[in-house]
Design a protein around this ligand. Structure first.
Ligand code: SDX
Length: 430
């Protein structure tokens, strides 16, 4: 990316010229890569609120307008007209596939949906009440032991095979984690089913009954997968990039991303949000929780609300809000009391001065749990489903980074504010 102009930094009686880079969308950036070597200065930005960590062509979030683009396509169009497997292709390779390319890609994913049979023993090492996120974090890390033939990141073919394997196997692994947690036998994938339908069947089929996927439900799940697929340099994607910058194998990098996603400030918010809505229970208790969320001495926050980048409605939340209505009506649960609480909570919060001045709106996690719960998933499965969806985004970002000839290991500096020049003897013998 070329620089058309410079920023002048004046420190004391010295001036430093720093290039200003202009992206295809979003704010310009001051290139500070030479700041330390030329001025012996660090930039300080904990939480990276004003820092661009990389250049990327995959996803763009316009937080002010509330827009999300995957390879330039609005997520609203993809959610309504595409499929998750097609969006996987788009994120991985940069363009929408032809019919033949999509068929070939879907076939390559389908034939990798089974996991190594010995992996089932790995699950049995966990207690039955282990959180599914603990299980899938461990199993993903262990995949590098089972698929060692696709861990050499310098080999583009091995990178491709590892990518397909993870996208194909995550639904199987997440379904196995769910089955293990409820004491039911694992269900093998069925290759003639779509990605979302296959996942539904692996989660909800039992050997003693036949199982038929409801098309409206698998369509809703497919849409949830699309909406969670990628989101720029969020915490878990940045974790995957940082792990990948050391040359770690792809399975280890994605395991790191899963671990980071688990946090309630990030992907764990969908589970925390539904628990919060159940705790509120009825609209007349909403003011009590709004009061707590606004109280600086109370660490309670409205889960599913607020976002580092969106200072407007999260477009994904808008689509999920519509989906929640559709699915609950489809399931004959249009009067779901929790959905009523969510809608009333949103209505009150977005009109409240505290939320308005901080530009806090519902995010992707506010309605997703209501839909997943209505489909039949327990709250502990919400973040594993987020991880399943986001794996293609993590992999796409990891591939983009690994293919960059300018790749350097990520190694942030710090501002040291601790003790200096202490002496052991003087401390031990004052
Ligand atoms: C995801 O980054 C991504 O793209 C993530 C994600 C993705 O697709 O990968 O979009 C997925 O993680 C969505 C976010 C899910 N998390 C939650 O819903 C948890 C609840 N939200 C917050 O914890 C918070 O909004 C964050 C973590 C999402 C964002 O926090 P920031 O950007 O660091 O903002 P902040 O904590 O500095 O808050 C600014 C102000 C503070 O008040 P003041 O100090 O100015 O008085 O807003 C307040 C905060 O106290 N605030 C909230 C709030 N979120 C922020 N107050 C009440 N409830 C909230 N939810």
């Amino acid at each position: 990316m070329n620089s058309k102009r410079n920023a002048t930094l004046t420190v004391g009686n010295k001036k430093y010229e720093l290039p200003v880079l202009s992206p295809s969308a979003g704010p310009d950036a001051i290139d500070i890569r030479k700041l330390y070597s030329s001025a012996n200065l660090f930039a300080y930005d904990p939480g990276f609120t004003s820092t661009a960590s990389c250049q990327s062509t995959i996803t763009f979030v316009d937080g002010e307008a509330g827009n999300l683009l995957y390879r330039g396509y609005p997520v609203e169009q993809l959610a309504k007209q595409s499929s998750f497997i097609e969006v996987c292709y788009l994120l991985l390779y940069g363009n929408l596939p032809s019919a033949e390319e999509l068929e070939e890609f879907e076939q390559s994913v389908t034939i990798h949906t089974m996991v190594h049979d010995q992996m089932t023993n790995f699950f049995r090492g966990f207690r039955r009440d282990a959180h599914p996120m603990a299980i899938i974090t461990g199993v993903m890390g262990a995949m590098s032991a089972f698929y060692h033939d696709s861990t050499d990141i310098r080999d583009p073919m091995q990178r491709e095979i590892a990518s397909i394997r993870m996208i194909a196997k995550l639904p199987t692994i997440v379904a196995m984690a769910f089955k293990y947690s409820i004491g039911q036998p694992f269900v093998f994938p069925k290759n003639r089913l779509s990605y979302a339908a296959n996942f539904m069947r692996m989660c909800f089929k039992v050997p003693c009954e036949s199982y038929k996927v409801q098309p409206a439900i698998s369509r809703a799940l497919d849409r949830i997968f699309i909406l969670h697929a990628d989101h720029e340099q969020n915490a878990s994607t940045s974790t995957v990039r940082l792990a990948g910058s050391s040359g770690a194998n792809p399975f280890a990098c994605i395991a790191a991303g899963i671990a980071c996603l688990w946090g309630p400030a990030h992907g764990g918010a969908n589970e925390a949000c539904l628990k919060m809505l159940h705790e509120i229970q009825s609209p007349d208790r909403i003011p009590e929780f709004i009061k707590r969320a606004k109280d600086p001495s109370d660490d309670f926050r409205l889960m599913g609300f607020g976002h580092r980048v969106y200072k407007n409605f999260d477009p994904r939340a808008k689509i999920l809000k519509e989906s929640a209505d559709e699915i609950l009506s489809e399931l004959g649960d249009a009067d779901n009391p929790i959905l009523k609480v969510a809608r009333e909570l949103e209505r009150i919060a977005v009109d409240d001065e505290y939320f308005r001045e901080r530009r806090l709106y519902p995010n992707v996690d506010f309605y997703s749990g209501i839909i997943l719960s209505a489909i039949g998933f327990p709250t502990a499965m919400f973040t594993p489903i987020f991880a399943l969806s986001r794996t293609v985004g993590w992999i796409s970002q990891w591939k983009e980074m690994i293919a960059d000839p300018a790749l350097k290991i990520g190694r942030p500096r710090q501002m040291y504010i601790g003790e200096t020049g202490r002496n052991y003897d003087e401390s031990k013998n004052p």
